[in-house]
Design a protein around this ligand. Structure first.
Ligand code: FRU
Length: 549
């Protein structure tokens, strides 16, 4: 971004108001007022990823589509840039790219602060909280009773619900909360609720310390335990958190499989927080892992797919995609499974060098179940709506790179926000390569493929500020799940983040960085041999903030 004077969306004003007041009142949340707060020229402020205008943010919560709007709630501490008493912040979008900030949706109350959870539209009015004509949007979240925790109790996390009858603008807590009491387990949280059509009931997928518990309900109010899953499978280097359960169609067939997402912290393959998943079937009572998937979880991976942290299978191997879950109530005609994650890691989230705000969300992504040499895997790609902010596109001529190619010079494109698509083929089995993003201070981040290990990697060790935590540096690796000679790479770059979607999204890595000056130079580096570029396209991505005139 060269032009940096920008007007924030008007709703920022409303958000700031609601942060300092304890009552969220919005006159007309869709009105853009002429707010002139230039938030987007703050250092490291991402230009097209969702960030809170001020204050602390972690997990995405309650994503639900309703009446043309994608809702995004999020773990929010409005009074500080570090984690603290949790509220549900709120924003809406028509395309998951351009966002309008709304006032805080759900505030702490006498039962506790508001931890992560989900939201549904109760279309059949099973809860009786709405009407058939105006179904309620219902949020299901965890109450965290800090007093209870301090007092040494084990039952301080319970599940509560709140509902809205006006498209998520105003929220009322259910009068008999909590709807699910704690059986005496300290980690008992992050309910993801979905409608189980086959059994005409709601299913709550809940993270319970080292496993998942499935509950069912006819009405979102009365819950019954169905079964537990996972105490002995997958990664267990930390507490299980923020689960999700949904069906995906198997690529190239009509078959469907269930995907169970389980976030875990710590215990991710490259350290700290990460998102693993399991494939299987679900019958309204039990989740049963696919034998093939289970076998590959237990198998020692072949060299070509050597997995760091091989005990799990992960949606994203980069260090900065956590607590991601999917949108509910997406229309059948759309048919996509839409995902967004928190672009940080508990290893250092509280100390990253941003001043007025902390953390961003990943770009919204579609999830698909695809065939790979390792078996069926969940692939992620950015949502097509990213095209809504496409600027100029330039094409790189096919050529062979013998040591390095200055892509930005070749294309006369110096930008720190772009979407880069490359098809490359290393010449020689031991040829590695990387895309290098850098600035005039010789700070850089490398996103590449290490032929010796047969793995993708991101190296942000020299990418600028990194003194804030001794857990921030270290090369991140990810398996390659394709045996194609050609590498198909897509890099979505914002001023302080890169998202790598390799081989059609079979390998994904998300990573943040904090350079002193933005990275506006892009080079392609061939290591130990030549690199054939068969095609290349670089598209500038426009800021979602409004340019000053
Ligand atoms: C995951 C998490 C959740 C919890 C929330 C608290 O990042 O620890 O388990 O509900 O954050 O903010």
């Amino acid at each position: 971004m060269q032009v940096k004077k920008i007007y924030a969306l008007a709703a920022l004003g409303t958000l700031l108001y609601s942060c300092s007041s304890n009552q969220a009142t919005v006159e007309d949340s869709n009105t853009e007022v002429a707010a002139t707060t230039a938030i987007s020229d703050e250092q490291h402020r991402l230009q097209f990823h969702f960030t809170p205008p001020t204050g602390w943010m972690n997990d995405p919560n309650g994503m639900v589509y309703h009446n043309g709007e994608y809702h995004l709630f999020y773990q929010h501490n409005p009074d500080s840039t570090v984690w603290g008493p949790m509220h549900w912040g709120h924003a809406i979008s028509r395309d998951m790219i351009n966002w309008e900030h709304l006032p805080i949706a759900i505030y702490p109350d006498s039962l506790g602060t508001i931890f992560s959870g989900s939201a549904v539209v109760d279309v059949k009015n099973t809860s009786g909280l709405g009407t058939a004509g105006n179904p309620a949007m219902v949020a299901i979240y965890t109450y965290h009773d800090a007093e209870g925790e301090k007092a040494g109790r084990d039952d301080f996390q319970t599940q509560g619900i709140a509902f809205s009858l006006d498209n998520g603008r105003n929220w009322t807590k259910y009068k008999n909360n909590p709807v699910l009491k704690n059986p005496g387990i300290r980690d008992f949280r992050d309910p993801k609720v979905s409608w189980y059509e086959e059994g005409q009931k709601w299913i709550m997928t809940l993270a319970v310390k080292d496993h998942i518990s499935f509950y069912s309900s006819p009405n979102l109010i009365d819950w019954k335990l169905e079964s537990d899953f996972g105490a002995n499978v997958g990664a267990h280097g930390g507490v299980w958190e923020c689960p999700d359960l949904f069906k995906l169609k198997v690529e190239g067939s009509d078959e469907e499989k269930w995907v169970l997402i389980v976030n875990i912290n710590p215990g991710a393959p490259n350290g700290g927080s990460g998102t693993q998943y399991f494939l299987g079937s679900f019958d309204g009572n039990k989740f049963v892992m696919d034998p093939q998937f289970e076998a590959s979880l237990n198998a020692k991976p072949a060299v070509a797919t050597t997995v760091v942290g091989q005990e799990g299978i992960w949606i994203d191997y980069g260090r900065d995609n956590y607590a991601g879950i999917t949108w509910s109530n997406v229309p059948k005609e759309d048919g996509r499974e839409l995902f967004i994650g928190w672009m940080s890691n508990w290893d250092y989230a509280n100390v990253v060098p941003t001043e007025k705000w902390r953390s961003a969300m990943t770009v919204a992504r579609t999830l698909e179940l695809v065939n790979t040499p390792a078996g069926l895997r969940v692939a992620s790609m950015p949502v097509k709506e990213l095209e809504n902010i496409y600027g100029t596109t330039k094409t790189l001529a096919a050529q062979t790179v013998s040591s390095a190619l200055d892509v930005s010079e070749k294309l006369s494109m110096n930008t720190s926000t772009f979407d880069l698509n490359l098809e490359v083929e290393p010449v020689g089995a031991q040829s590695s390569f990387a895309v290098e993003l850098s600035n005039a201070k010789d700070q850089k981040v490398l996103i590449g493929f290490d032929a010796t290990r047969g793995q993708y990697y991101i190296n942000r060790d020299k990418a600028g500020e990194n003194q804030f935590s001794d857990k921030f540096t270290g090369i991140q690796y990810a398996p390659r799940l394709s045996t194609d000679k050609a590498f198909d790479l897509r890099l979505v770059v914002d001023v302080a983040s890169v998202e790598l979607f390799a081989d059609g999204g079979k390998t994904v890595m998300t990573s943040i960085f904090f350079p002193d000056e933005e990275f506006t130079q892009v080079r392609l580096v061939a290591d130990n041999g030549e690199l054939k570029v068969t095609s290349g396209q670089m598209t500038e991505l426009k800021s979602i903030y409004k340019p000053a005139n």
